[in-house]
Structures are given as structure tokens and as C-alpha cells.
Design a protein around this ligand. Structure first.
Ligand code: HEC
Ligand code: HEC
Length: 447
């Protein structure tokens, strides 16, 4: 799944075969990762006051939702377009930002700002290590265009500063912002690659609830859900058996732009059609991971669908089945996607449970790292807090689908143990209690 020029080393193995690996994911508390974290959350690059963390919030899965935006004070740097006169026009659309968490992106360049823009949701930056490489190079951003440059994570950070950090729309380096140095780019990349999962699942996995297990079958079945074709193992890469062994993270035109009655259009705000990858665009968008989906709605590049169940149901509609990707699926498998309501809910239940399991995995990892620090080290509380965000998501994702109430209760009692840990001089016993609750929650969901 990786291109040869990404190989760091070549490992000769028996029978004269060779295989290669990409940069190994950095260890969680590696000094370069910690430096990158500091830059990500605090560095304004002499710009308008925003940081990467203004939009990619640790509390909100390294993305940003309308619900979270509603909790922010008016002087938050997210809202610079409302307070800085030089950014009042054509920098952001405050209505669409506050209502739908949509951000102005000029991915086809900064000419004619009043017409040449798209409104896009803020994606999480989790599991990047296994979701952006394709046979055609790295695919970053909703359309895989990068921001812009070669599409790599390093170039993305440069593009993000020019797009989101300027003091004025002249966007002059050294006046409106400063560009990141090579050292800063290395650190930012290491931090982002350290976030979330470092490897894909290997489906199927043993799931105890019958509906959830059925959802997994439908997801994997190429005569039913057909989801695995593009979201292999519920990740962002294409099924190597169907679409080529090195396909990796592909782009498709799945017809999201053709959806009628999109919330952003209903507001009456100016919202030009998004032409996707390339300039002029070919209508394609990049396949996102699904393990991370359930707690990072609204869904799709334009935040057009609020609930996970509706995002699954999207694939039954004309917008998908008449799209180039829909026709590709019909050609490859003999039919379109046509799930009934019970099956839509089963697939969504499966996506909810794998998301909750990932939240618990991540929460556990953060807590194990936290207890390795002395309580006097402020890093311990940072990690415990971040683990609490994961647990809160697990509980909401399960409760939101009416799934595994026993496991959700275990998760909630782990959350209160962590609240106690944060107020205690000796947090370790509370953290250990939370870890035991996490283990019971997991074992209630898995077989
Ligand atoms: C004002 C909000 C905002 C700020 C600030 C911001 N981003 Fe983003 N970020 C976005 C949006 C919107 C997208 C989707 C862009 C697209 O599809 O073209 C995105 C996409 C990304 C992606 C692509 C993720 C993927 O799965 O392909 C990465 C990586 C990223 N941002 C990193 C950064 C870094 C690093 C910084 C700081 C230098 C930063 N962002 C600052 C809003 C923001
Ligand atoms: C032909 C490839 C393809 C198939 C088949 C496919 N997807 Fe997708 N999926 C995509 C692409 C591409 C996107 C991004 C679309 C966009 O934002 O415009 C996406 C986005 C999503 C999202 C939104 C994720 C987010 O973070 O916003 C969900 C949920 C989803 N797909 C679930 C499914 C399910 C469930 C199935 C099976 C019923 C499925 N997909 C089948 C390619 C595919």
C-alpha cells in the first residue's frame, strides 16, 4: 500500500522477495512529538492569533463540531473574521461557521476570493499514519488536493498557515504571517502522525451484540453493503483484492455534491459547488477512515449529513447510485447499494461499536502513559484529561445508538474515576480503577 519512494529501508526476506515499510509511527511521548504538540496548540506563526489547535481541538477529536463551537467565547481566535476588519470579507463565513462548522478553503488558489472558494468541514487528524498514502502519492484534505504542494503532511502545515493564519488577505510571508521552519514542520508532522490508531483493524472481529455483528457482515459483503471495497477494514484504504494491492487511500466521486436540500444551501448563504480534486476539479473526494467516524460528525466534506445513520443511508439514494463511484460499484458487483432501514441501523451500530472500542483503546493507552509520570508532572493531568474525552465519546456513541447500556455505564464510571483522579494528590488508584472499568466495557462488546 505504499509507494517505493516512501521506503526508508528494504528488508530482504526468504525466497529473494523484498518488502518495504514507511516511516514507523513515532512513540507517544517522543521529544519530537512533544515539541510538535507545543507548536500545534500554541504557535501562531505571527499571524491573526489562530493556532492549528483553534480548529483541530484535542477536546473535539482534533476536529471541530457546531456543538463545540457553540461553547466558545466570542473572542476565540476561530472568530477572527468577526473582530478583525481586514478579515471581514472573503476570509470566513461566520454564519456557516457557527451553524455548520464550515470553513472557507481556497484550494484552487487565492485569485477572485469572492467566487473561488469552497465551504468544508474540519476533519480530525487521527490515524493519519495509515490513511493518507496512495499509489498516486499522499492524499490530504477532503479532496486529496493537499494544501497545496505535494500533498504531504509537511506541505499541508505550510498551506494551512497561508490559508488560515493571515492578518490580512494580502497573505504576504513575513508581514501577514511567517512560514513554519523545517524543524517546526518535522515536529508538527511527528505529532500528527502520533495521534490515534497506528494500524488498521483486521475485520471481521468478534462482536457480542447480534445487530452489531450483522452490521459488520453487511459492511463486508460485496453483494450487500459493499462498504469494504473503498473503506477496507473500516479504514481509508481501498480493498487490495478489488482495487489493486497498492491502491491505498483513493479518491472517488460518490455524489455527495448532488445531494438535494443540503443544510448549507438552505441557509441561503453563498456556497459554490465544490469540484473536488484538481483545478479544475474532477468531482472526486478522498476516502476518509470510518473507525473514527461515529464521534466526528457532521459527515462528508461539506458537513451535509448530521447523523451516522443518515450517512450510511446516503449510499441507498440516487445521489450515490447515479454517481461515477456508484456506477463503478454497479459495474464491479452487478448491483447498486440498497439497504433496508434495519440494515442501515445495523451497519451504523457496527460503526458505533468499532468507534467506541477505538476510544477505549486510545483512552487506555493515554492512561498507561499518564501513570508512568509522577503526579507532580503536569503532563500526567494533560493525558488523564485527554483520556476522559475519549471515554466521553465512547459513552455518547453507544448511548446515541441505544447500544450496550451495560458497557456505557462501565465507561461512565471510568469517567467519574478519572474526575476523582484529577482532583487527587495520588491519582494512581483512581486511574487503575478506570482502567479496570475500561476492560469490563470492552469485554461486554467483544467476543
Ligand atoms: C480555521 C480552521 C483551521 C485551522 C486553523 C487549521 N486547519 Fe487543518 N483543516 C481545516 C479544514 C477546513 C480542513 C479541510 C481542508 C480541505 O479539505 O481542503 C483541514 C484539514 C487538515 C488536514 C488534512 C487531514 C486529512 O485527513 O487529510 C491536516 C493534516 C491539517 N488540517 C493540519 C493542520 C495544521 C498542521 C494546522 C496548523 C498549521 C491546521 N490544520 C490549521 C481547518 C483548519
Ligand atoms: C466507491 C467508494 C465508496 C464506497 C463503496 C463507500 N464509501 Fe463511504 N466514503 C467514500 C468517500 C470518497 C467518502 C468521502 C465523500 C465526501 O466527503 O464527499 C466517504 C465518506 C463516508 C462517510 C463519512 C465519513 C466522514 O468522516 O465524514 C461515511 C460514514 C461512510 N462513507 C460510510 C460508508 C458506508 C457505511 C458504506 C457502505 C454502505 C460506504 N461508505 C461505501 C467512498 C466510499
Amino acid at each position: 500500500m505504499f509507494r517505493l519512494r516512501h521506503c526508508l529501508w528494504i528488508v530482504p526476506v526468504a525466497l529473494g522477495l523484498v518488502s518495504c515499510q514507511t516511516t514507523p509511527p513515532p512513540a507517544p511521548e517522543d521529544p519530537l512529538v512533544l515539541k510538535g504538540e507545543e507548536i500545534f496548540f500554541n504557535e501562531t506563526f505571527s499571524g491573526n492569533g489562530r493556532t492549528c489547535g483553534t480548529c483541530h481541538r484535542a477536546e473535539d477529536n482534533f476536529g471541530l463540531t457546531p456543538a463545540f463551537i457553540a461553547t466558545l467565547p466570542d473572542d476565540d481566535a476561530l472568530f477572527v473574521a468577526e473582530t478583525n476588519r481586514d478579515l471581514a470579507n472573503n476570509f470566513e463565513n461566520p454564519t456557516l461557521m457557527r451553524k455548520l462548522a464550515l470553513i472557507v478553503e481556497n484550494q484552487d488558489g487565492f485569485d477572485d476570493l469572492g467566487n473561488n472558494f469552497n465551504m468544508r468541514g474540519i476533519p480530525h487528524t487521527l490515524a493519519l499514519n495509515n490513511s493518507i498514502d496512495s499509489r498516486d502519492g499522499p492524499r490530504t484534505g477532503w479532496s486529496g488536493d493537499g494544501a497545496p504542494g505535494d500533498g504531504s503532511l509537511r506541505s499541508f502545515a505550510v498551506g494551512a498557515v497561508v490559508q488560515h493564519f493571515p492578518k490580512s488577505l494580502n497573505r504576504v510571508d513575513g508581514v501577514d504571517f511567517r512560514l513554519p521552519t523545517d524543524e517546526e514542520l518535522d515536529a508538527l508532522e511527528a505529532f500528527q502522525r502520533s495521534l490515534g490508531r497506528r494500524e488498521d483493524l483486521s475485520l471481521p472481529i468478534g462482536l457480542s451484540d447480534e445487530t452489531v455483528a450483522r452490521g459488520q457482515e453487511i459492511f463486508l459483503d460485496n453483494t450487500m453493503g459493499k462498504c469494504n471495497a473503498c473503506h477496507f477494514n473500516a479504514g481509508a484504504n481501498a480493498d487490495p483484492n478489488l482495487l489493486g494491492p497498492n491502491a491505498g487511500n483513493l479518491n472517488f466521486n460518490t455524489g455527495v455534491e448532488a445531494l438535494p436540500d443540503q443544510p448549507a444551501d438552505l441557509t441561503g448563504e453563498k456556497n459554490p459547488p465544490d469540484d473536488g480534486f484538481g483545478n479544475p476539479g474532477n468531482g472526486e473526494f478522498n476516502t476518509p477512515t470510518l473507525v473514527e467516524a461515529a464521534d466526528t460528525g457532521p459527515f462528508f466534506h461539506n458537513n451535509s449529513v448530521e447523523t451516522l445513520e443518515a450517512a450510511v443511508a446516503f449510499y441507498n439514494g440516487d445521489a450515490f447510485n447515479d454517481s461515477p463511484a456508484g456506477r463503478l460499484i454497479i459495474g464491479a458487483t452487478g448491483s447498486g447499494i440498497n439497504l433496508d432501514a434495519t440494515q442501515v441501523v445495523a451497519v451504523a451500530a457496527f460503526l458505533r461499536v468499532i468507534n467506541a472500542l477505538e476510544n477505549l483503546r486510545a483512552g487506555r493507552e493515554l492512561l498507561m502513559t499518564a501513570v508512568a509520570y509522577e503526579p507532580s508532572n503536569p503532563r500526567q493531568a494533560v493525558l488523564i484529561r485527554r483520556a476522559s474525552f475519549e471515554l466521553e465519546d465512547a459513552s455518547q456513541v453507544l448511548r446515541g445508538g441505544g447500544l450496550h447500556p451495560g458497557a456505557a455505564a462501565e465507561v461512565e464510571s471510568a469517567m467519574s474515576a478519572l474526575a476523582d483522579a484529577l482532583g487527587s494528590a495520588d491519582p494512581e488508584s483512581d486511574v487503575r480503577l478506570a482502567l479496570r472499568r475500561i476492560t469490563s466495557a470492552r469485554s461486554a462488546m467483544e467476543t
